[in-house]
Design a binder for this molecule. Structure first.
Ligand code: ZN
Ligand code: ZN
Length: 375
C-alpha cells in the first residue's frame, strides 16, 4: 500500500509553520480520535495516519529527513508506527492545553463537568495521554508496567498557592478584579484585557520563586505503575483518575489516560479472545495420529492429533486462549495443522513409502474419484 503524503494528510502546505501543523492536527484529532468514534475502524486508521504525519512533521529532525527523502527516509518499512508508538509520548496537553479535558468530558467521560472546572469554579489540570505497547503474552496473564510521564505537580514550596506567604491570589489593583481596563482614544473608549493580571482579575502579589507564581512545577520523571488487565483489547484507554496535570493554583488534578496497544505476535494470531497457532505436522503424524507438543501463550502443552487430520484443519484446545474482557472465562486456542511433506527421505523411508504407493489405490479416494469424473 502506498503511503499518503504527510502534508496532504494534515492538509497543510510544505512551507507550513509548526503552529499551523499543530492547529491542523488538533482539528483532525477532534474529528478522528478513537474515543470520539468508538468501534469505527476507519476513523481509527485515519487517526493513526494523521498522528504519524504529525509526529514526523512536528519534529524538525524527522521533518527534514521526510522533506529530503520522503517515506523512504524511514527505512524499508517506512515510519515504524508500532515501535514509535511505545516510545513517543504524545502529550496532548501540548497541543490542546486545557481544552483537552473538555474534549473528553464532552464525550461522556465523567471528567469534571463543563470547562474542566470543579464545583467551586476553579480551573482543573489537563488530562494527559500516554501510550504503551504490550506483548500478547503479557495480555494473556495481565502485567504491571512502570511508566515515566512528564506532568505538572503542585509546588511543594508554596503548597500550590503560587504565593510566598501561601495566601494565594488577591484582587488585581489595576482593574479591581474586572479583568479589563478601558482606554480612551479620542472619541473611542476601548476595553482591553488587563495587562497586569492578563485578564484574570486576580493576581499573585508575592509570587513563589520556585514556581514563579503558578502554583505548580513540571516533573519530567513521574513514575507510575499501571496494571494492564489480562485480555485487554488493543487501543483500550485506561483512565487513572487524578494522575494528570496539577491545576494552576490548587484546582483539581486532571486524569491520565493510558492507551494500550497490543503488539503483533510472530506465532499467535488473535481473534478476540481466541488464539490461532499454526503447528507443523508430518504426513505420517497426520495419517496415523500422534501426540505432539504445542506452544500456548503460557507454556507448552501436549495434545493428540487425531488420525486423518487434514491440512489447515483447526483443532480446538479449550480455555487456552485469552481471558475474556467481560471478566468471565477464557477463549480457546486453535491449533492449525500445517502438513509438512518430506523433501528428503532416507533409503529405508523411500522403500517404505514405495510399499505404500504399491498398495495405495488413488481411484478409491472419494475426492480423487469425484475429481476424475469432473475432468
Ligand atoms: Zn510555588
Ligand atoms: Zn487586572
Amino acid at each position: 500500500m502506498d503511503k499518503k503524503d504527510y502534508y496532504e494528510l494534515l492538509g497543510v502546505g510544505r512551507e507550513a509553520l509548526i503552529d499551523d501543523i499543530k492547529k491542523a492536527y488538533r482539528g483532525l484529532v477532534l474529528k478522528y480520535h478513537p474515543d470520539r468514534n468508538p468501534g469505527n475502524k476507519e476513523a481509527e486508521e485515519k487517526f493513526k495516519e494523521v498522528t504519524e504525519a504529525y509526529e514526523v512533521l512536528s519534529d524538525p529532525e524527522k521533518r527534514k529527513i521526510y522533506d529530503q527523502y520522503g517515506h523512504a527516509g524511514f527505512g524499508p518499512q517506512g515510519f515504524d508506527w508500532t515501535e514509535d508508538f511505545s516510545r513517543v509520548r504524545t502529550d496532548f496537553s501540548d497541543i490542546f492545553g486545557d481544552i483537552f479535558s473538555n474534549f473528553f468530558s464532552s464525550e461522556g467521560f465523567n471528567v469534571r463537568g463543563v470547562g474542566g472546572k470543579d464545583r467551586g469554579g476553579r480551573q482543573g489540570g489537563s488530562d494527559l495521554e500516554y501510550r504503551i505497547s504490550v506483548s500478547l503474552k503479557e495480555v494473556a496473564v495481565g502485567v504491571e508496567k512502570q511508566v515515566h510521564i512528564s506532568r505538572f505537580d503542585g509546588c511543594p514550596v508554596c503548597e500550590s498557592t503560587g504565593s510566598k506567604t501561601k495566601k494565594g491570589k488577591t484582587v488585581c489593583s489595576a482593574c479591581q478584579g474586572r479583568g479589563q481596563v478601558v482606554r480612551n482614544q479620542g472619541f473611542f473608549s476601548i476595553a482591553q484585557p488587563c495587562p497586569k493580571c492578563k485578564g484574570q482579575g486576580e493576581i499573585v502579589t508575592d509570587p513563589c520563586s520556585n514556581c514563579r507564581g503558578t502554583g505548580r512545577v513540571r516533573n519530567n520523571m513521574h513514575r507510575i505503575a499501571v496494571k494492564i488487565p489480562a485480555g485487554i483489547e488493543s487501543g483500550t484507554s485506561l483512565r487513572l483518575r487524578g494522575e494528570g496535570d496539577a491545576a494552576p493554583n490548587g484546582g483539581p488534578r486532571g486524569d491520565l489516560y493510558i492507551t494500550v496497544f497490543v503488539e503483533k505476535d510472530k506465532r499467535f494470531e488473535r481473534r478476540n479472545s481466541d488464539i490461532i497457532c499454526e503447528v507443523p505436522v508430518t504426513v505420517v503424524q497426520a495419517v496415523l495420529g500422534a501426540e505432539i507438543e504445542v506452544p500456548t501463550l503460557t507454556g507448552k502443552v501436549k495434545m493428540r492429533i487425531p488420525a486423518g487430520a487434514q491440512n489447515n484443519s483447526m483443532l480446538r484446545l479449550r480455555n487456552l486462549g485469552l481471558p475474556r474482557t467481560t471478566g468471565y472465562g477464557k477463549g480457546d486456542l486453535f491449533v492449525k495443522v500445517a502438513l509438512i511433506v518430506p523433501s528428503r527421505l532416507t533409503r529405508q523411508e523411500k522403500v517404505l513409502y514405495q510399499q505404500i504407493a504399491d498398495l495405495e489405490k488413488p481411484e478409491n479416494s472419494p475426492e480423487i474419484k469425484k475429481f476424475r469424473e469432473e475432468i
